[in-house]
Structures are given as C-alpha cells and as structure tokens.
Design a protein around this ligand. Structure first.
Ligand code: PEP
Length: 257
C-alpha cells in the first residue's frame, strides 16, 4: 500500500519567529502520530535552518519550495539542490503553478530541476495541473499528458521511483474551490496510466500522487479516501496547526482499509 504524504506549502509566509511558533505547536500535536503518514513542511528558504533544528527528533521532514537547475555559479538569487541537502532538506516542490505563472517556468525547466534534485537524493514533488479555461474547454487530459511527459522526460525507472507527483488544478489553488473527490481521482488515475505507459505498471502503482488545491479540514477525508489520492499538498490550510493536523489525521484514517 502507498504511504500517504501530507506536505505543507507555506509559500511566502512566516518569518523565523512565526516558523518557530507554528512548528512548536505542530510538535505538540504530532506526538500522537506514529509515522502512519509522511509529514513534510515546506517553509520559505529563510526559515529552513531554524525549521530543521525544530523538526529534529520528530516525524516531520523538511522541503523547499523551489531550487535552481544549476549546480552553482553566477545565478544571483538562486539556491542549488546541494545547498538544500546540506541544511537537511529531503524534499523540494518543483513546477508549482505559481512558479509557472509568475516566473514563466516551463516543463523543460522543471524537468531539468527534477534531474538535479534526484542527483542529490532530494525527493521532487512535481506539480502539474490544468487552468480553468483548459478544464472548461475539455482539454484537461491532453494538458496533463503533455505536462507529465515533459516533466518526466528521460528519467530512468530508478529515478521515477523517487518522485512524487502533485496534481494541482490551477483553478483550485487558493480559491476555496477544491476539485470534487471524483474529479481529482479521475485525473490521478490518468496520471498513473500515463506513468505506466512511459515506464511500467509496477512503477506506476507505487507512485505517490498528491492532490493540491483548497484541501482543508472539512474536505480532506473525502479526498484522501479516494483510490488514487495518496496525500495532499496544502497551501492555506498548512499555515495553522489545527487545520494542518486535521488533514494529517484524515490521512491517517484514510489509510485504514
Ligand atoms: C498550493 O499552493 O500548493 C495549494 C494547494 O494551495 P491551497 O491549499 O491554498 O489551495
């Protein structure tokens, strides 16, 4: 059975003091959980070192929200994959729709970043998803297929096993309007089928595919109990300990057959 992965994408929120406050609250509550799900926190770069010292000895792991496709050099403002691993990051979100929309990231660029992340054993959480216009014009499947092919281009079977895909319909991110459990599960099944065609069914059935887009304490149980939804990438609801832990709890309960 695939283990669920619940990841909080804090986006550009929480300075180091607020980071410490939220993680200390989460630490109190996470004591009740016994590694039934993987819990990943993705604060801004500036909070990662503080966050690392605070999650030490807890089941919570650390992820970044982005990284460079380059190893090092004259790339002002960028952070490399190795810089992330040296401070204890184990995950990195790549190709988030906000990076695609505001910073013009393409599937090719995301693919280059995925390869760099894998080289240093960072687990990439690779985001794909259609816009509202694309969904309404009936091209969701085509868009998702193109994105999956693009971001996984020339990965080996060993590499794909270390990846997580996050299906995040752009129209659901930060809007309070989540995909219905059935709508999301359909796309997750499509992604699994695409991966089985590119690699093999045995790899596809082990692949963790998270849902992201207005997941909250109320809708998490329904979404996470779908056959092909293996966790959540959570924005707004990850900024408060009670809502985030309610989603973690929903993940724990959803894994019980
Ligand atoms: C996200 O940013 O990845 C996300 C899913 O945001 P929200 O949960 O706020 O929709």
């Amino acid at each position: 059975m695939r283990k669920k992965v619940i990841a909080g994408n804090w986006k550009m929120n929480k300075d180091i003091h607020e980071t410490a406050g939220l993680i200390n609250e989460l630490k109190e509550r996470i004591k009740d959980f016994q590694n039934e799900v993987d819990v990943v926190l993705c604060p801004p770069f500036t909070s990662l070192v503080v966050a690392k010292s605070l999650v030490q000895g807890t089941p919570m792991k650390l992820g970044a929200q982005n990284m460079s496709q380059h190893d090092d050099g004259a790339y002002t403002g960028e952070v490399s994959a190795r810089m992330l691993t040296t401070i204890g990051c184990e995950y990195v979100i790549l190709g988030h729709s906000e990076r695609r929309q505001y910073f013009k990231e393409t599937d090719d660029l995301v693919n280059a970043k995925v390869k760099k992340a894998l080289k240093v054993m960072l687990t990439p959480i690779i985001c794909v998803g259609e816009t509202l216009e694309e969904r309404e014009s009936g091209v969701t499947d085509r868009i998702i297929a193109a994105q999956i092919k693009g971001v996984l281009h020339e990965l080996s079977s060993e590499e794909i096993q270390k990846c997580i895909i996050a299906y995040e319909p752009v129209w659901a991110i930060g809007t309070g309007k989540n995909a219905t459990p059935d709508q999301a599960n359909q796309v997750h099944k499509l992604i699994r089928k695409l991966v089985s065609q590119l690699f093999s069914w045995s790899l596809a059935e082990k692949l963790v595919i998270q849902y992201g887009g207005s997941m909250n304490a109320q809708n998490a149980a329904d979404l996470l109990s779908q056959s092909d939804i293996d966790g959540g990438l959570i924005g707004g609801a990850s900024l408060k300990s009670d809502t985030f832990m309610a989603i973690v709890q929903a993940g724990v309960e959803a894994r019980i057959p």
